[in-house]
Design a protein around this ligand. Structure first.
Ligand code: SF4
Ligand code: SF4
Length: 468
């Protein structure tokens, strides 16, 4: 097996990042426009992603959005299902499941989410960066524009870019807002004008400005210094994790064939730096897995193009594990990968089961405070209770109550018992029992709460009697 010797002195990547210079100032990156099979696949994936992002706020289920995260009114809708504060435990379990899922997924499959599905990366690399290439040209043209003194040409270029970026950020801000307050409210706000909704409009301008700042200036720094998931990579990845990796066994010693050097003395890496030039976070993947790598796969495409032009095998940079590369093996599935993937399947199953078995109506029965028993004109004894409903559906639901463990009458006070749509309600009711059924001061009773013929809840409580 070939051994890899790092070139002495080439260690600066360990204690510095390429986006900050020696004086601590921001080093702007001008990555070369990627092209290749994986970039094409990312483009297709991001088109689907964007279509979903921009169309979902318009999709409705029974008059409500498909997704809503209204933290202000504590109303959450997932796949058309309304979730209430009572469903908090599903959120808690769902959130824990999600965290475990993310950890296991990252341990096995690395940061594929970052490069392919994270909204920051999708909008930055597949929307704003593409527009930037279109407006300002490829890497070298952008660098020239950046370095040139301010003149009419540069002012015009910058003005166009700022206008386009801000307009796009405003559009994204509107859609982001629609996931919080609903598209109907956003359209209403547009219809009524800014003056009618100053608070919402201020929030919208806030969103827009943050998006603009991130996509125009902050860029890869969001992944490097803000994103907690990115910061966790150091503890989540290990030698078996599948990541974008350079095959140093095959590639080293790197170098161009020169006079006096035999081609067979060198590895496959010709040290052309094409992989570095396309990297949106400015790293050299040949230094190994680094915190900055978002697994965007642009370097794979760049290196494959070089390998094809040299008539060498593709995949000098590829998605692989450090262990596979070191051992020269091509094992995609090891026992840990299989085990973790099975566990991920189980976690998803748990979450789906929780969602599917969630009830539409929650009911609680409480004894009315300060009341004991009353004697009815017919000699029966009665206790008064209150039933509280939380109807999570979009329909008014007629409800009925039944005594489950003994005969007796339940009489609802007022009109028929109805749980009104998407709201809380409460209603008092009497339980009437014959005197002979009461053998002690507190008789256990069981009340069934029915929605139509379906019993949605069984409540155990007590019936106060005089005591014998
Ligand atoms: S090293 Fe490669 S995969 Fe990682 S961020 Fe740079 S270009 Fe993307
Ligand atoms: S693109 Fe490939 S050949 Fe060129 S420097 Fe990077 S790893 Fe080496």
């Amino acid at each position: 097996m070939k051994t890899y010797q790092r070139i002495p002195g080439d260690e600066s990547f360990r204690d510095s990042i390429s986006t900050v210079d020696q004086q601590g100032r921001r080093n702007f990156l001008f990555p070369k426009k990627p092209k290749g099979k994986l970039y094409n696949k990312r483009t297709i994936a991001s088109i689907i992603y964007l279509v979903v992002f921009f169309s979902m706020p318009f999709i409705k289920v029974e008059g409500e959005p498909l997704f809503l995260f209204n933290v202000i009114e504590r109303k959450f809708i997932f796949f058309g299902q309304i979730f209430w504060p009572q469903d908090f435990f599903i959120f808690a379990i769902g959130f824990l499941t999600f965290i475990v899922f993310v950890i296991l997924f990252t341990v096995v499959f690395g940061r594929v989410f970052c490069g392919w599905a994270c909204p920051q990366t999708v909008f930055m690399e597949m929307v704003f960066r593409k527009i930037e290439y279109w407006l300002d040209g490829d890497s070298s043209a952008q660098k020239r524009l950046h370095e040139m003194p301010w003149n009419g040409f540069k002012i015009r270029k910058r003005a166009v870019k700022i206008t386009v970026f801000y307009a796009l950020s405003f559009l994204i801000g509107n859609f982001a807002l629609s996931y919080i307050i609903g598209m109907d409210n956003v359209l209403l706000m547009i219809h009524d004008g800014v003056g009618a909704h100053p608070v919402t409009f201020s929030a919208l301008i806030g969103f827009t400005t943050v998006f603009f700042f991130v996509f125009y200036w902050f860029r890869e720094q969001a992944c490097l210094v803000v994103c907690p998931y990115g910061r966790l990579q150091g503890v989540l990845l290990d030698r078996k994790s599948m990541v974008v990796a350079y095959d140093y066994v095959r590639g080293e010693p790197r170098g161009k064939v020169q006079k006096g050097t035999a081609a067979e003395d060198l590895g496959d890496c010709i040290d052309c730096a094409a992989c570095v030039r396309v990297c949106p976070t400015g790293i050299d993947i040949r230094n190994g897995t680094q915190l900055e790598c978002t697994n965007c796969t642009a370097c794979i495409d760049a290196c494959d193009a070089i390998m094809v032009s040299l008539q060498r095998m593709e995949g000098l940079i590829r998605i692989d594990s450090e262990e596979n590369i070191a051992r020269g093996q091509k094992k995609l599935w090891n026992s840990r990968t299989k085990g973790y993937t099975a566990l991920l399947g189980v976690l998803i199953g748990v979450l789906v089961t929780l969602l599917v078995t969630r009830t539409d109506v929650d009911a609680t029965v409480l004894r009315t405070p300060g009341q004991i028993f009353q004697t009815q004109p017919d000699g029966r004894l009665s206790n008064i209770y209150t039933i509280k409903f939380a109807n999570k559906t979009r329909k008014d639901l007629p409800m009925t109550l039944k005594l489950e463990n003994m005969s007796g009458e339940i009489q609802v006070v007022g009109n028929a018992l109805v749980a009104p749509r998407e709201s809380y309600a409460q209603s008092p009711f009497f339980v009437k029992l014959k005197r002979k059924q009461i053998e002690r001061r507190k008789t256990p009773i069981v009340i069934g709460v029915y929605q139509g013929k379906k019993r949605i809840k069984t409540v155990e409580t007590t019936f106060f009697g005089p005591g014998y």
